[in-house]
Ligand binder design. Structure first.
Ligand SMILES: *Cc1c(COP(=O)(O)O)cnc(C)c1O
Length: 395
């Protein structure tokens, strides 16, 4: 017997739920790529991406997933043999660094703890040692989707400034943009990358890079530039050049709609919705944790992300049967642990097109699974989430 018939709910940290209005906006015939509506859609999306990143720099749209944006940022700025510093706080910055190593970039990792955010003091100390200015760029993620940590980007900028270092600051906002504040210019971020399929509520397949003036000056000297990713080529006057080929036009109509939805709700409201729903998740996890079998991966409460929550199984238990129960019996697909947390964590996504019933329903299904499998857990997780929302969302 199952209770899964009905709409399946995907609660993995990307891709996320695509709103029906975004799906509908993409459901149209192909159109001309040299004239008409598409030209305006490109211009308005590039402009609105600047609004989203909060930058007066340039934005670029790639027909690629987030890894494409990673590569775009690297090859537009660096040369073979350049050195970069990757700030570990989970899996994703490391992955970005691994990609750089394949390109012939020298990669140093500032070791981090998967249960804590990047320590700006450790970064400052490392940069102070680099008297020759060997390190060309510092790479960090705002939210690491494996550990579910949120890093303090202004604090990281301050560490670089305190050290008097000239390295570019490159930030991966793939799991954070559209879920929490990001202020590229205000925070002194030189390059930011993001993807379509997380906070931006789109299918996977588009990614975006923003570059400020400093980055665009460095770009002129970059030795790794290749035609497809090249910013200079994409800055050309022809619409065709903006994509180095046929524009991913259906995706662009979807993006236009997704951006409209974000701005209609208001970015501040979008961030507050994420904060409220994330805290509801945290209240539930906190309550369940009293049973001893589950705990937050991120130990410091202020470093827990508002887009995804990684929960560890603490008694050596493989979370697979619990995830299988949620999916096969109840129709909720939760995220698995990845990287070092494979086989000992699950991830609850709460980003993008999510609301109270989606998140409360997910929590209730998880709690159902804990009961069904006899996994020790504290009582009242769902009740704690409900109490939080009931007190925080005024009548
Ligand atoms: C999902 C994700 C990526 C990778 O994006 P893809 O679209 O899978 O290439 C990179 N960084 C972060 C922080 C992510 O969450």
């Amino acid at each position: 017997m199952t209770v899964r018939h009905g709409r399946e709910f995907l609660s993995i940290p990307g891709p996320t739920t695509v709103p029906d209005d975004v799906l509908a906006a993409m459901h149209r015939p192909a159109i001309d790529i040299y004239s008409g509506a598409l030209i305006e859609v490109t211009a308005s999306c590039l402009e609105d991406l600047r609004r989203l990143f909060r930058t007066r720099g340039r934005t670029y749209i790639y027909a690629a997933n987030g890894h494409g944006a990673w590569e775009a940022a690297l090859v537009n700025l660096l040369s073979k043999g350049d050195k970069i510093l990757v700030l570990e706080s989970g899996r994703f910055a490391l992955g970005w660094g691994e990609m750089a190593a394949v390109l012939g970039i020298r990669v140093e990792v500032l070791p981090g703890n998967w249960r804590r955010a990047v320590d700006p003091a450790a970064l400052e100390a490392r940069l102070r040692e680099d008297k020759a200015g060997d390190i060309k760029a510092v790479l960090v993620v705002q939210i690491d989707t494996a550990s579910s940590v949120v890093n303090d980007i202004p604090g990281i900028r301050k560490a670089i400034d305190n050290a008097g270092h000239d390295a570019l600051l490159m930030v991966d906002t793939i799991a954070s943009l559209g879920t929490m504040p990001f202020d590229m210019d205000g925070w002194g971020v030189d390059v930011a990358v993001t993807g379509s399929q997380k906070g931006l509520m789109m299918p996977p397949g588009l990614s975006f890079v923003a570059a400020n003036e400093k980055a665009r000056a460095v770009h002129q000297q970059a030795g790794l530039r290749t035609h497809y990713w090249d910013w200079t080529a994409r800055d050309g006057a022809e619409h065709y050049q903006k994509y180095c080929g046929t524009p991913p036009e259906h995706m662009l109509f979807g993006l236009r709609k997704a951006l409209d939805m974000l701005f209609e709700e208001g970015l501040e409201n979008v961030f507050e919705r994420h904060r409220l729903l994330a805290e509801a998740v945290r209240r539930a996890v906190e309550a369940w944790g009293a049973g001893g079998a589950l705990e937050f991966n991120i130990t410091e409460p202020s470093e827990r992300a508002n887009s995804v929550t990684t929960v560890l199984t603490t008694d050596g238990r493989d979370p697979k049967p619990l995830l299988a129960y949620c999916e096969q019996k109840c129709g909720v697909v939760l995220g698995i642990g990845i990287g070092d947390l494979g086989g000992r964590a699950l991830r609850i996504a709460h980003m993008g097109h999510v609301n109270a019933p989606m998140v409360l329903g997910t929590l209730a299904v998880l709690e159902t699974g804990l009961v069904a499998l006899g996994i020790p857990h504290g009582e009242g997780g769902v009740r704690a989430a409900v109490e939080w929302l009931g007190r925080s969302v005024p009548a």
